[in-house]
Design a protein around this ligand. Structure first.
Ligand SMILES: NC(=O)C1=CN([C@@H]2O[C@H](COP(=O)(O)OP(=O)(O)OC[C@H]3O[C@@H](n4cnc5c(N)ncnc54)[C@H](OP(=O)(O)O)[C@@H]3O)[C@@H](O)[C@H]2O)C=CC1
Ligand SMILES: O=CC(=O)O
Length: 363
């Protein structure tokens, strides 16, 4: 399994052509055919990337491939317009894509309709009217329901179409959705994202994709509008599990950071100084500087809802169980998020987990 993944990754890496001015120009002209106002993101000369990922700039050869095949005429569906789905769909519209939207709570479609999106009253009708449909749903149940339920997207899928599920779910759910979509003759790609509300707004997400490689290639220009990089990880399930491992680590980091902030305060240190010290050292992570100051003020403006972080920990525990891997730190962390949920903090940012460590929750 590990061997197979490595092979795939290196094949992907080998297939990247070096970007030249000419090839980039051809690529961007082709992308413009899909989304007329498509503009490449400026790339920093200092930008560094892992060997096996594709930054927007490097994937120019794939943009050419996608349009040379001309299998999609460019109608893009988007299902699920929450914290993440809304800005992602907005970026597609702003890039000039022909976007059709649906959301369970219809009012969340209105700002996108104002920007030029078309509305359809069910996932089935979105899928039927689009060439590729993205889905950004809360959890495994909603992802399954929107894809495979009554009036679900699968009913509108068929040969030549593609379904890209970007929700964070477990590999089992992703495989079930894939089977249902592929039974219609359509292609399926799982593509959960790393990066939160702000990266979604800024088109700076990281896509963790797996499934039909031809669909990956076709939607490359769209992923490049919404994100800064993407990984193609091979078989269905690999993207979902990579996302769960990343979020398992993130949840534990936040819990540990919370303990540190509270301990420093209790022993008479200034927690803001702790944040500065961490920021300058080897354990620095953008998250600490971003969330620390508001956590110290007991403010948790929602970027990544705490209920979703707990869902990801729960799914990571299931994943670890399936391969008998002990993850005691994640297990303890999950309990902390459950306490936070029981204190009514589900809809707040996941940094509100710090409240579970306080004797009296005041939020
Ligand atoms: N926020 C973040 O920082 C990140 C989130 N993620 C993941 O992305 C996904 C979406 O997250 P986010 O946008 O933050 O979440 P939100 O809670 O803001 O949005 C969830 C979306 O799912 C829809 N939904 C929920 N339940 C159902 C259902 N039963 N049937 C149909 N639709 C449903 C909601 O519809 P409605 O509006 O009607 O409630 C909404 O569109 C999650 O899997 C999350 O783990 C990944 C990376 C970052
Ligand atoms: O899933 C959350 C994120 O920040 O990534």
């Amino acid at each position: 399994m590990a061997m197979a993944m490595t092979t795939l990754i290196s094949k992907t890496a080998i297939s990247i052509c070096p970007s030249t001015t000419t090839s980039m120009a051809i690529a961007f002209n082709s992308a413009s055919a899909f989304c007329p106002q498509f503009r490449p993101k400026p790339t920093s000369p200092l930008f560094s990337k892992p060997l096996f990922s594709l930054s927007s700039r490097q994937s120019s050869s794939r943009i050419i491939n996608a349009f040379a095949k001309d299998e999609f005429s460019g109608r893009v569906g988007f299902l699920g317009l929450g914290i993440m789905g809304s800005p992602m769909a907005q970026n597609l519209i702003k890039a000039g894509c022909d976007v059709t939207v649906w959301n369970r709570t219809k009012s969340k479609c209105d700002p996108l309709i104002s920007l030029g999106a078309t509305y359809k009253p069910s996932p089935e009708e979105v899928a039927a009217s689009c060439d590729v449909t993205f889905a950004m749903l809360a959890d495994p149940d909603s992802a399954m329901d929107v894809a495979c339920g009554k009036n679900g997207a699968a009913n509108g899928m068929g040969p030549g179409k593609g379904y890209v599920d970007i929700s964070t779910v477990d590999d089992g759910t992703s495989k079930l959705i894939s089977e249902r979509i592929k039974a219609t003759g359509a292609s399926f790609l799982e593509a959960p994202v790393s990066g939160s509300k702000k990266p979604a707004e800024d088109g700076q997400l990281i896509f963790l994709t797996a499934g039909d490689q031809s669909l990956y290639e076709k939607v490359t220009p769209l992923l490049d509008i919404m994100g800064k990089s993407k990984f193609y990880l091979g078989d269905i399930g690999n993207g979902a599990t990579m996302k769960l491992v990343v979020n398992m680590i993130m949840g534990s980091m936040m819990a540990s950071f919370s303990e540190g902030l509270l301990l420093s305060e209790k022993v008479g240190l200034d927690p803001s100084v702790l944040v500065e010290v961490i920021t300058q050292g080897a354990i620095s992570a953008p998250m600490y500087k971003l969330k620390g100051p508001s956590m110290i003020q007991s403010q948790y403006p929602t970027a990544f809802p705490l209920k979703h972080q707990q869902k990801d920990l729960r799914l990571a525990l299931g994943l670890a169980e399936s391969v008998s891997q002990p993850i005691p730190i994640a297990a303890a962390t999950n309990e902390l998020y459950k306490i936070a949920k029981s204190r009514g903090l589900s809809e707040q940012d996941f940094s509100a987990v710090i409240e579970a460590l306080k004797s009296n929750t005041t939020v």
